[in-house]
Design a binder for this molecule. Structure first.
Ligand SMILES: *Cc1c(COP(=O)(O)O)cnc(C)c1O
Length: 397
């Protein structure tokens, strides 16, 4: 008997769960885009976004998904023919590199596979080998959403500095911002990008680029696109300049509310909440894995994201479990991404859990309970005691 009626939980790694207050804030008639309240609301957003990214630098907004922010950041600091170094730990690094090639940039990739973090020594070697210092920037994913690998920015900063190289450090924080601890200035990141629909709890459609004055100085030499140009967007004189055209009015109101919620909770508390909820998930999954086929993609807890967890169940079990939880329990799990070539049936063995943004203890315990119910129903073997072990983690507070 399906038990799915009731409030569903979209436990995929973005879009994330939308808080009711965010949805309600968006449910308004069209505001005037030229003057009045919207001007005030938009001016209030940039400083509050910068507090999320922990930067005293600059912020620009775009009406685009994360792919748009990838291109915006690149278009501001490069000219065709420039070179980039991309450190890849899953699918998203390849995507950013591909976008760079489309812009006519020369890309050097170092691929660290699907289970490992970036080795800063290899980044340092590649920069030392760039004797003419042609590499404009080092690109990486803070969290790669396909593998759930988390790369710490500070060791990469140290590698760039050790090589004495002027390259900018550019972080894709689309999955991590507002979930995993990220302090742009303190960690030495020059450009960070994110999107609205993951840790920021707003529907897809907005993205953000944070950049320090060093990156701004590079852009003043290289800006090649009027539309992506961050110059006016980060210091607008009138509302039309925030988005280089009509504002994303309703998203702006949703984002205003989301930022209120984020700063009422506090960044430290948000990071701690995500860390504890992730610990509960890992504890359950590791316990299940002791008596069955479940595996966590990233072996070392220190290298795992607190926002997304990539898992394997073997055979077609990832796909079977996802169908079961959706039909029978109202929980949608994420598909496996980048673990096998598209069309390869081995891909059906993988799945992912999104635990980013508006998630709390009861949602995570519910998610885990549903996964165990699904494995029981599908007769997928698993180790006993996972739910109790997860509850013990939650009980720590
Ligand atoms: C979601 C995501 C993207 C892509 O964002 P879109 O909004 O789908 O364009 C890129 N990088 C990372 C790390 C992501 O998590």
């Amino acid at each position: 008997m399906p038990l799915a009626a009731g409030r569903p939980y979209l436990a995929i790694p973005g879009p994330s769960v939308m808080p009711d207050p965010v949805l309600q804030a968006m449910h308004i008639p069209s505001p005037n885009i030229y003057e009045g309240e919207i001007d005030e609301v938009m001016h209030s957003i940039l400083p509050d976004l910068k507090k999320v990214a922990r930067t005293e630098g600059n912020a620009a907004m775009y009406i685009a998904n994360g792919h748009g922010a990838w291109e915006a950041a690149l278009a501001n600091i490069t000219r065709p023919g420039d070179k980039l170094l991309v450190a890849v730990t899953g699918r998203f690094g390849h995507g950013w590199a591909d976008m760079a090639e489309g812009l006519g940039l020369e890309v050097e990739k170092i691929d660290f596979g699907l289970k490992s973090i970036i080795d800063p020594a290899q980044v340092e070697d590649a920069l030392r080998a760039d004797r003419d210092q042609k590499i404009r920037a080092v690109l990486f994913s803070h969290v790669d959403t396909s593998t759930s690998v988390r790369n710490e920015p500070a060791p990469l900063r140290a590698a760039i500095d050790a090589a004495g190289h002027p390259a900018l450090l550019m972080a894709d924080c689309i999955a991590s911002m507002g979930c995993d601890r990220f302090e742009m200035d303190a960690m030495g990141v020059d450009i960070a990008i994110t999107g609205s629909q993951k840790g920021l709890m707003v529907p897809p459609g907005l993205s953000f680029v944070f950049f320090n004055d060093k990156a701004k100085a590079v852009s003043s030499q290289n800006q090649v696109s009027r539309y992506w140009d961050w110059t006016e967007r980060c210091a607008p004189e009138w509302p039309y300049q925030f988005f280089g055209g009509t504002s994303a009015t309703h998203h702006v109101y949703g984002l205003r509310k989301a930022l209120d919620m984020i700063h009422a909770e506090g960044m430290e508390n948000i990071w701690a909440r995500h860390a504890r909820l992730a610990e509960a998930i890992w504890t359950a999954c590791e316990t299940w894995g002791q008596g069955g086929p479940m595996t966590l993609n990233v072996a070392d807890r220190a290298n795992r994201s607190h926002a997304v967890t990539a898992l394997g169940l073997g055979g077609g079990n990832g796909q079977r479990l996802r169908s079961w939880t959706e039909k029978n329990a109202g929980v949608v799990l994420g598909i496996g991404l980048g673990m096998a070539e598209r069309g390869d049936p081995r891909g059906d063995g993988f799945f992912r859990l999104g635990h980013m943004g508006h998630v709390n203890a009861h949602m995570i315990l519910g998610l885990l309970g549903v996964i165990e119910a699904g494995m029981r129903a599908l007769e997928i073997p698993f180790g006993e005691g996972a739910l109790g072990a997860a509850a013990e983690v939650i009980a720590k507070g």
